[in-house]
Write a protein that binds this ligand. Structure first.
Ligand code: NAP
Length: 265
């Protein structure tokens, strides 16, 4: 999709990968709509890049409800939805605070899915749109202490493949972003729980994990939207793992060739 003049909503734009995404989408000529909880950070970014600011807590379903309509009422239709906001949970599953599983699932899976539900009908009415869901290699592999996080990212990855199934043949592009370690505030929190920290140290030592700068992630995501690519997998050395995990979905997709994917109304 050409991005010049298009409107791109980015969640989690106040820092980290989302902030870089905002820079790169704006650099490609898009108008950005910035969502996160930290109003001040979003406003400073909007001063720099232009665009609109929509503070919201995505763990609160009452704030997620109607969010796309509110953003579209303030600046026009959304052409690209980038579900980037995410939180980690590093603890043994049964030791985590009581509301942690719900919070992680709400922010990392339910809010992105709900925003897709709100955004896609309008995109279809206007002739097309693109969804970017920022997931993780933790949605494929498991490290101790990351159970809730990994399960939420596995849900997001499978959900994204599900969108492709439901909207096959219609002008809705999807890009699933599967990331290894990216130095940000989120990654720094793995040190909070020793078994998680030690697992990462081992993965780095074995060379299976390697840091990717967030600016590189943003570059690859913008390129993927411009070229209509289904996947961004970083670091590149992780791509075979992600492809293996994707294989059963691809096989089902091929088997279902010719089957109608939308009911006739
Ligand atoms: N960093 C990594 O190693 C890594 C690896 C794989 C995947 N990822 C994924 O990449 C995405 C971005 O992560 P990051 O590393 O950039 O993390 P980060 O630096 O911690 O930034 C997270 C962003 O999400 C926003 N956010 C958090 N909770 C929110 C809530 N309840 N409502 C609205 N916004 C919320 C934060 O803004 P506010 O605090 O202002 O709300 C912030 O803008 C996440 O989905 C993460 O799972 C990261």
């Amino acid at each position: 999709m050409e991005l010049r003049g298009k409107r791109v909503l980015i969640t989690g734009a106040s820092r980290g990968i989302g902030e870089s995404l905002a820079h790169n989408f704006a650099g490609a000529g898009a108008r950005v709509a910035l969502v996160a909880r930290s109003r001040d950070s979003l406003e400073s970014l909007a001063v720099e890049l232009g665009g609109t600011v929509h503070p919201a807590d995505l763990s609160d379903s009452t704030q997620v409800s109607g969010l796309i309509r509110r953003v579209e009422d303030d600046g026009g239709p959304i052409d690209v939805l980038v579900n980037n906001a995410g939180i980690e949970s590093t603890a043994c599953f049964t030791d985590a605070p009581e509301d942690e599983l719900r919070r992680v699932t709400d922010v990392n899976y339910l809010a992105p899915a709900e925003l897709c539900r709100q955004a896609i009908p309008g995109m279809l009415r206007r002739g097309g749109g693109h969804i970017v869901n920022v997931s993780s290699l933790s949605g494929i592999v498991l490290f101790p202490g990351l159970v809730s996080y990994s399960a939420s990212k596995a849900a997001l990855s499978h959900f994204t493949a599900g969108l492709r199934t439901d909207f096959r043949g219609l002008p809705i592009g999807t890009t699933l972003v599967e990331l290894g370690p990216i130095p940000t505030d989120l990654l720094a929190k793995i040190d909070n729980y020793e078994p998680t920290a030690k697992s990462f140290q081992r993965a780095y030592r074995w060379g299976v994990a390697v840091d990717t700068p967030r600016e590189r992630v943003a570059e690859e995501v913008v390129k993927a939207v411009l070229k209509g690519r289904r996947h961004v997998r970083l670091p590149k050395r992780s791509a075979p793992l992600a492809m293996l995990a994707e294989a059963p979905r691809r096989i089902a997709e091929i088997i279902l060739t010719g089957v109608p994917h939308q009911a006739k109304s």
